[in-house]
Ligand binder design. Sequence first.
Ligand SMILES: [Zn+2]
Length: 453
Amino acid sequence: MRFIFTFLCIISLMREVSPQGLLSDNDKIIIDSLFNGALRQRTAYEWLKDICVNIGPRLSGSDASNKSLDWAVNKLNGMSNVKVYRQELMVPYWERGKVEKAYLISNGNQTELKVAALGGSIGTGSSLLASQVIELKSFEELEQRKAEVKNKIVFFNNEFPKTVLNTFEAYGQLARYRVFGAREAAKFGAVAVIVRSITSSEDNVPHVGVMIYNDTIPKIPAVAIGVLDAGVLHNSIVKDKEALVSIQLSCQILPDRPSANIIAEIKGTEKPEEVIVVSGHFDSWDKGQGAHDDGAGCVQSMEVIKLFSDMNYKPLHTIRCVLFMNEENGSRGSAKYTELSTEKHLAAIESDRGGFLPNGFSFDGDSLLFEKLREFIPQLNKWGVWYFQKGGSGADIGRIKDCKMKLGYVPDSQRYFEVHHSDNDVIGAVNPRELELGSAVNAMMVYILDKYF
Ligand SMILES: [Zn+2]
């Protein structure tokens, strides 16, 4: 009996110092307890519900976004062995205002179109903007037809590519028309742009997002239009070449406002000067509640800290949750973090693809470290992690300079662009179990990075 016990101890000791890529029995117990803690307590979900319902969307610089900073500090402050602090910064501030209307005027009829100003757009001022519309698919077509654009409204009408399996790739094919459409169309004298919402939904909800001007090119208003009304507009201008669209927007760009990143960390016991970041961005667009984008990534990152704090885990490296501000329209939060950061980063994880069912991680960094981490992946299948590929990590952690490994948390992408940057992005679109599994998967990855790297 004693022999067997001693033998088992030796085996378990061997596993503790086991070859690279092998989880010990103790590791499995710890990972199980991370999952049990997340699934039983549902802390991230309760936090997300609270912030969505009681604070709402958190556009950079808005009163709601500043209120959400105090909210996060308050939640994180209650945890043992966790240091919480703010990094103050200034953020750009844009306001939608109250007026946001568009009408289609064709054959004596006036039909309202569902539109929303793109983030950063100028308003239409006091005079009514009304003009004929030219429908285009691409910047190449814009170049070919530039002589027809003057004094017109350019309508970029592209369907979300249905056959692209990864919806982020599909989004990537179209985002340039939203971001740069106004700038490109204004070069040839367009007076406004209308961009079909980049969404896989077949509804009429406009999906917004950032647009960027160039100071040397005239600034013209830019709106997103709902998918159904994009169809209405298309059909109407095919039939009636004289059809007009009028647009009225009261949005405006205002002076920068104070804001902050929120940070919570558990100090490392052996390598406190080496940091593992787990992160999301705390700002959102002003539509919906910012639930998936990126309330989900923020509450998951906060919960990682809570799960370790609850089990009184003593990490070797410093584990740090960063809630970045202003990812959506300026990335001032990640710029400030990078500016102030003096430590080495062993790794940084960003969760900014919604709170959906976990698949795994994308990896950006040294190939040897990629191979070493990849050895663990088959053992993580039982906790739902199977995806592990080289690829982009995230907009905020992308800037961190001294960082060996950058990981993007990858959940299932099929439903994300139904809600992204729109009134559809509300707590009701978040599944509590999927969100919590994401917290646990991020915590599991932090644990492996901390122990084996
Ligand atoms: Zn986001």
